[in-house]
Design a binder for this molecule. Structure first.
Ligand SMILES: [Zn+2]
Length: 235
């Protein structure tokens, strides 16, 4: 495990649901944004199935989550947020999604892409990684390496762009830790912006975020960290 020392020219986070980026990488995104680095966010799903209540209409949830996403992205300091409005639960690593992602990568031209590690399926004995997370991870890997960098893939989607570094969150094989000690409270605030998704009060959620970040930071000696699998793409 090593400390992540990277100050990219720009970063693009690609996540499945409106609250995924904040939980996975909100501290690092906020840190980079605070340093003047352009951080962009793409959310694939509309979030409309994000409720256990049988009494809520999907259209109401969709609107609520859109507003929450805007607030959270503002808290993080993201320069843009793009919703692709795929219905929750329908993400597949399809040609259609890869083409959209290639077009977006080529237009934002990020040095770094952040997103979910698709190889992580089980977390302990209590959680199965959401299918949308896994499919988003596969689609972004295929879109970035190699499609976006090669002109004959999706030639209608703009000139090729080579992403230099992939940072994959929610991974079982982390090898870098970003120091998010300065932005941990911004991360908490961004997570709290997704009020419709929260079970528990703000204090309890802050405690969980703190605890996980303390654990992640420990191997590299920082107070709060976020860990990633880092892939430095050779080209
Ligand atoms: Zn999610």
């Amino acid at each position: 495990m090593r400390a992540l020392r990277l100050r990219p020219s720009s970063a693009l986070a690609i996540y499945a649901h409106p609250d995924d980026a904040d939980v996975a990488a909100g501290g690092l995104m906020a840190q980079w944004a605070s340093e003047g680095i352009d951080v962009h966010l793409i959310v694939i799903c509309d979030g409309a199935k994000g409720s256990h209540s049988p009494h809520l209409e999907a259209s109401v949830i969709r609107e609520t989550r859109k507003e929450e996403l805007e607030s959270a992205a503002h808290v993080l300091g993201a320069r843009t947020v793009t919703s692709l409005d795929w219905p929750d639960g329908t993400v597949t690593n399809s040609l259609e999604l890869r083409e959209r992602l290639v077009g977006l990568v080529r237009s934002f031209k990020p040095e770094v892409v952040l997103g979910p590690d698709p190889t992580a399926t089980f977390f302990g004995e209590v959680y199965v990684n959401h299918r949308d997370h896994r499919e988003t991870g596969w689609a972004l890997l295929d879109a970035v390496a190699p499609a976006a960098a090669m002109p004959l893939y999706f030639p209608d989607q703009g000139p090729p762009h080579q992403v230099s570094v992939l940072l994959l969150s929610g991974t079982h094989e982390p090898d870098v830790v970003a120091d998010v000690s300065k932005t941990i409270d911004t991360k908490v605030k961004a997570i709290l912006a997704h009020a419709s998704q929260l079970a528990g009060d703000a204090e309890a959620i802050r405690d969980v975020v703190y605890e996980r970040a303390e654990q992640a930071g420990r191997p590299v000696g920082v107070a709060f960290g976020e860990s990633f699998r880092c892939v430095e793409l050779a080209f």
